[in-house]
Design a protein around this ligand. Structure first.
Ligand code: ACO
Length: 331
């Protein structure tokens, strides 16, 4: 079974409550009809009820099983504004600003999760990555024991791929932290390995990527990755992790043996940690386009409750898949 099909099958057993703040967005409405018809999740659509219903009717999308909540008229808004004020007053938020912010659909959805009224959120068909996850960074915060929020993609290679037919690789971070510190790279490595295990059932072998393998080049950027390797090993001594490695040393057995002899990871890595966001974002798009991999993500990892981001070019089936992933992460 393809990875996403197995994630959807698992989501169907969980009946999680997912918020879609972009409630009147056409692809979101078509996806909502499919998600509820297939029983993948219970959905809350945020926005003006009349506008959402009119748009759904125009599209022929049956959203009768979704609950529509309008922050302008909902009885929940005052409670959410109060919570936001309490959480952010030390950051200069006034009661007036809190009342206005709680009516913003993304903040409203985030506050639903914070107060236990929803299990997860998916947005980003209209909003940027920053606007989608900033409310969660402010309100939901990281899971206990996790220092930073980051992201990864599950890259499923096609069955006719010569390197690893049908294999799944995890790429992190490709969407959140532009210039990670050594500590943040270590956190990305640990979080990406956990995401790969939880969603794709892989036994993680983590390569910390660089343009150098085991000291073959000297540069501050190489030293940062070497420091990240030390930190990750301290934090997760049980994790199979090696670095710094070039991508060929990470993936190709013969090169791995040559460049990192005796390594349990080199040549067999399935979790690739990129040294910065440029490398990660460019890297996943190259593999998606040139190798025909299915890129599932960005999966936002490290938050206390799952919030996932869509690309503004997303399709209806991308939204369905991301809701299923979010439901499984809420387990
Ligand atoms: N983990 C945990 N908390 C964080 C993180 C993080 N990675 N980043 C910011 N925060 C917290 C801050 O501590 C702060 O908390 P506080 O207000 O309680 O003190 C809050 O979030 C806001 O911090 P800012 O520094 O103001 O963060 P900002 O909102 O400017 O930026 C963001 C955060 C949006 C994630 C930024 O790093 C960003 O824009 N990243 C790149 C996103 C992007 O464009 N990705 C590429 C496209 S995606 C794709 O192609 C798939």
């Amino acid at each position: 079974m393809a990875l996403l099909d197995s994630i959807i099958a698992e989501a169907k057993k969980l009946n999680k409550r997912i918020v879609l703040p972009e409630g009147d967005e056409p692809r979101t409405l078509k996806a909502a009809a499919e998600i509820t018809k297939e029983g993948i999740a219970k959905l809350y659509l945020i926005g003006n009820e009349a506008a959402i219903k009119a748009k759904a009717a125009e599209l022929g999308a049956d959203i009768s099983a979704c609950e529509i909540i309008d922050p302008e008229t909902s009885g929940l808004t005052a409670k959410y504004a109060e919570t936001f004020y309490e959480l952010r007053k030390s950051k200069g938020v006034t009661p007036e600003l809190a009342s206005k912010t709680a009516k913003d659909a993304t903040y409203f959805g985030t506050l639903m999760m914070k107060l236990g009224d929803a299990d997860g959120m998916v947005s980003g068909a209209v909003h940027s990555t920053g606007d989608t996850i900033r409310p969660s960074l402010q309100i939901i915060k990281t899971k206990p024991g996790v220092s930073v929020v980051s992201s990864c993609f599950l890259m499923e290679l096609p069955e006719d791929n010569a390197y690893k037919p049908g294999g799944v690789l995890v790429f992190g971070d490709c969407a959140v932290i532009p210039e990670p510190t050594a500590d943040e790279l270590a956190a990305i490595a640990i979080a990406s390995s956990q995401t790969g295990k939880a969603l794709a059932g892989i036994e993680p072998k983590v390569a910390m990527l660089s343009f150098s393998s085991k000291g073959s080049a000297k540069h501050d950027r190489v030293s940062k990755v070497q420091e990240a390797v030390r930190k990750a090993k301290e934090l997760a001594p049980e994790l199979a992790l090696d670095g710094e490695l070039q991508a060929d040393a990470a993936l190709v057995e013969a090169v791995g043996k040559l460049k990192s002899p005796g390594s349990a990871v080199a040549g067999q890595a399935n979790v690739l940690v990129f040294p910065n966001l440029e490398a990660g974002n460019i890297g996943y798009k190259l593999v998606e386009r040139l190798a025909g991999a299915q890129a599932l993500g960005p999966i936002i990892q490290g938050l206390a409750k799952p919030v996932n981001d869509l690309s503004r070019g997303c399709s209806v089936s991308d939204i369905v898949g991301m809701v299923a992933i979010t439901a499984v992460m809420a387990k």
